[in-house]
Design a protein around this ligand. Structure first.
Ligand code: G4P
Length: 286
């Protein structure tokens, strides 16, 4: 499946990230826990060199928790601090303050040695579109904290949100651009709804999703729709269309509508907690 992206947006987003990153100590990078690698742009490692790093496995409520733990370990082994969160409901959010302090230990210590007291840690949230950046900022910042307003020396218009315990958060998140060189990455992002559905062939995509679910999460389609998971993927879509009464005029089955139902259910967690990609298997030491 070919997915188009817009290089113009990417160039602008990259320039903005480069500017903002100079202002901060810590990058809070959000990835989608269902597709942690596909929803990540490794360019951030280059852009964020010398910055403290925290990865949030966001939407952890929608992902398989066993895989969440494996992904946490995977990123920790690469030297990141990691927290699993559900930004919509606030689960995991409380743990973040302490992890920020830990991630910024060196900066705090450096300040202390130089006699600088109480300089807040400055952080920015970054991630590709739709990973939950705005939702996270709202939940994390909560109602209690106030925007600190423009600061002298800071690019005009920059707003900082003052959080507890000496942390300031840039109120506009850094937008990273997904990597689409690998068609599989584009497909996984489309599954979780990170690519606008109107540029996709949803029926084709739903057959891919059915194939994936049958292989890796057998039984979930049967449980949700009471249809047998036998035969070709298209026959399963047909069965879903039948049980859900998806009909066009003239009694013809409406596969588009059935695909829509399947994706709504999958993306909202009604099929269960499902992770679409797993961490690469570690190579055994000889
Ligand atoms: P962005 O700024 O990175 O582009 O993402 P945004 O916060 O707009 O979130 C994109 C969608 O993901 C929103 O759903 C949001 O509610 C949902 N979301 C964010 N974090 C979580 C999470 O941890 N768990 C779950 N389950 N969902 C999350 P939406 O359907 O586009 O909007 P709405 O219906 O919630 O208003």
């Amino acid at each position: 499946m070919n997915i188009n992206w817009y290089p113009g947006h990417m160039t602008k987003a990259k320039r903005q990230m480069q500017e903002d990153i100079r202002l901060i100590d810590l990058i809070i990078e959000l990835v989608d826990a269902r597709v942690p690698l596909s929803s990540r742009n490794p360019d951030i490692d280059q852009l964020g060199m010398n910055k403290a790093r925290l990865i949030l496995l966001n939407k952890a409520d929608l992902a398989d928790d066993r895989q969440n733990e494996r992904w946490k370990e995977y990123f920790q082994e690469k030297g990141f601090h990691v927290v699993k969160v559900d930004s919509r409901n606030g689960a995991g959010i409380k743990a973040i303050q302490a992890v920020i302090q830990e991630a910024c230990k060196e900066k705090i210590e450096r300040d202390r040695r130089r006699g600088i007291k109480n300089r807040p840690i400055r952080a920015m949230v970054a991630g590709i579109p739709n990973v939950g950046k705005s939702t996270f900022i709202n939940t994390f910042a909560g109602k209690a904290c106030a925007k600190t307003g423009n600061k002298p020396g800071v690019t005009k218009g920059k707003q900082w949100i003052r959080l507890n315990k000496g942390v300031e958060l840039l109120d506009t998140p850094g937008i990273l651009w997904p990597k689409f060189e690998d068609p599989d990455t584009g497909k996984k992002l489309a599954f979780v709804g990170s690519i606008k559905d109107d540029i996709l062939n949803m029926e084709e995509l739903s057959l891919e999703l059915i194939g994936f679910l049958r292989e890796y999460y057998p039984g979930v389609i049967h449980k949700r729709y009471d249809v047998q998971e036998e035969g070709r993927d298209v026959e399963i879509l047909e069965a879903i269309a039948k049980v859900r009464g998806c009909l066009k005029k003239g009694e013809e089955l409406d596969y588009g509508k059935a695909s829509g139902i399947l994706f709504d259910d999958f993306r909202s967690g009604k099929l269960g907690r499902i992770t679409v990609e797993w961490p690469p298997v570690k190579e055994e030491k000889a």
